[in-house]
Each structure stands twice: as C-alpha cells, then as structure tokens.
Design a protein around this ligand. Structure first.
Ligand code: PD2
Ligand code: ZN
Length: 271
C-alpha cells in the first residue's frame, strides 16, 4: 500500500500503475480497490468490471445455526466464516457411509486429471498428485442418498451438482492452492460452461483421517480445516474471481492416507 501511495503522490498515471501491478500478479479487481483506497480515480473503462454475481448455495444458518436438518440426518455447524464464505460441517456422513463410498470407489481409482484450460478437456497435472474417480449422479443408493442430503444442507438443486468425485492421497500427495471456478479468460472455458454454467460452490467431505497432514488450507485467510471422518468443508464463490478469496488447497499428507469426496455445485442443471 505504501508503494502505491508513493506512486499516486508522485503522479504516476493510473494505466502505468495498473500495468505494473498486473505484472506482479494483482488481479484487476484488487488493484482497483487498492488504487481507490490510495486516493486515485480509476477510470471505469480501465479495469474490466467484475464478472456478474451468481445466486449461491447456502445453508440456512438464520433458522438452524447449530444443527441443520438435512432430511435423513442432523448435521452440525462447526464453523462459519463470511469472507471468504466457508462453513465447516460435522456429522454429514456416518462412518459406515464413508467406508461404503471408499469401497465403491477403490476399484475405479486412476491418476487425477484437472480441466485442461486451453481445450476444455482433461489432463494430468503435477499440482494434483492424488488418484480419483467420478460417480455418476445418483449412480447407486448411497451416492443418491448423500446427494439428496447435500441438496437439503446447502439449499441447492441436486441437478446442479456434478457427479461426486472421490480422491485418494498417499503419503506426500497434495493438491496445490487453486480456485475451483473456471477462469473466465481461458480458451477452454466457454466449452466447459455449456454444461451447467460456472461452479459456484464446493463441498469437500472427509472420508477418513490421515495420521498427519492433509488439511484443507485457505492460504489467503490462514485457515486450515482438519480432515475428520464424516465432516465436510463448504465454500461458495459468487463470481469467478480471486476477490472471493476462495484460493484453497490440500496440504501434503505427512503420514497415512487421505480420502475425500468432493461435490462441485454449478449455477444451473449439470448434465
Ligand atoms: O483434498 C482437499 O482437501 C482439497 C483441497 C482443494 C480438495 C479440493 N481442493 C477439491 O477437490 O477441489
Ligand atoms: Zn479445490
């Protein structure tokens, strides 16, 4: 901020300042706020406006602040943060349900792929050293039951969810910090968005407990959620933009193994 204030005081024009800030990784939205905070008028056409905000999945903490009736199960609210929007849930799945999901997923595990941002297809990525698989939505009884429970929990249509993804991390495996939304300016994004629009929320469910490491980290707010079997961390993002502060990752598993199931929620029906 001091550097920005000095530049503003020295009369550096807004376009040059913005250019330097972009070069070192500032997002347009954050650069605009910082420049305005430093007293500069940032012309409207200089910085692209933020992408439009979407409606969001959200648990009804007004009416159920501590325990949420998710239809067939009472789910505990363990932590709630506003910005970024993060809620940690306890008791979302029983131990038996966690074991059943692992058992159904285990024979189908393969090296995890991430979305190829250039083409919209999928590719192996060194930032994600886990193995994974996707269930089809409603593929079997337990998957269907969990999907209905999630829909009730965060008040979002089951049809807007991607198929449940199961990930397995061995010792040393991690998922480096990333955003779950699709970057608007990548060439592959329009293809991806045809199926259900943007991702607007993520629910990571812990299926077991690693002996050491393996927390879900939110580096911009120095938060780490510990993996406890049956618990889950939910976060939402109204626009595909870093100003949502939803950068997150899976910390390296130090010992033991880690199993999670992730449900990504889209703006619209995902088919
Ligand atoms: O394994 C995790 O904790 C983790 C971290 C970041 C999972 C995901 N992202 C994800 O599935 O998107
Ligand atoms: Zn993620």
């Amino acid at each position: 901020m001091q550097w920005i204030k000095d530049q503003v005081a020295a009369g550096t024009p807004a376009p040059a300042l913005l250019h330097s800030m972009r070069d070192v990784g500032w997002s347009d939205a954050l650069a605009r706020s910082a420049l305005e905070l430093a007293g500069m008028d940032v012309p409207a056409d200089l910085v692209a406006p933020l992408p439009a905000a979407s409606a969001l999945p959200e648990p009804d903490l007004e009416n159920e602040p501590c325990n949420i009736d998710a239809g067939d199960r009472q789910v505990q609210v363990l932590m709630s943060m506003e910005r970024p929007r993060i809620v940690v849930f306890g008791n979302l799945l029983s131990g038996e349900e966690c074991d059943a999901i692992i058992a159904a997923a285990r024979p189908r595990m393969a090296r995890s792929l991430t979305v190829a941002t250039q083409s919209g297809g999928e590719e192996v990525n060194d930032d994600r050293t886990s193995n994974g698989m996707f269930f089809q939505r409603g593929e079997n009884d337990i998957v269907h039951r969990v999907e209905e429970r999630i829909a009730r929990l965060v008040n979002w249509p089951m049809e807007n969810g991607e198929g449940l993804q199961v990930l397995h991390y061995g010792p040393g495996a991690e998922y480096k910090p990333h955003h779950d939304y699709f970057a608007p300016n990548e060439p592959g994004t329009p293809t991806i968005l045809k199926r259900g629009g943007q991702r607007v929320g993520t629910l990571v469910i812990y299926l077991n407990e690693p002996e050491g490491g393996g927390g879900t980290i939110f580096p911009e707010v120095q938060l780490q959620v510990m993996p406890r079997r049956g618990n889950a961390v939910f976060f939402s993002y109204a626009r595909p933009d870093p100003s949502t502060r939803t950068l997150h990752g899976g910390a390296p598993v130090r010992s033991g193994e880690k199993w999670i199931a992730t449900k990504w929620l889209r703006e619209r029906e995902f088919n």
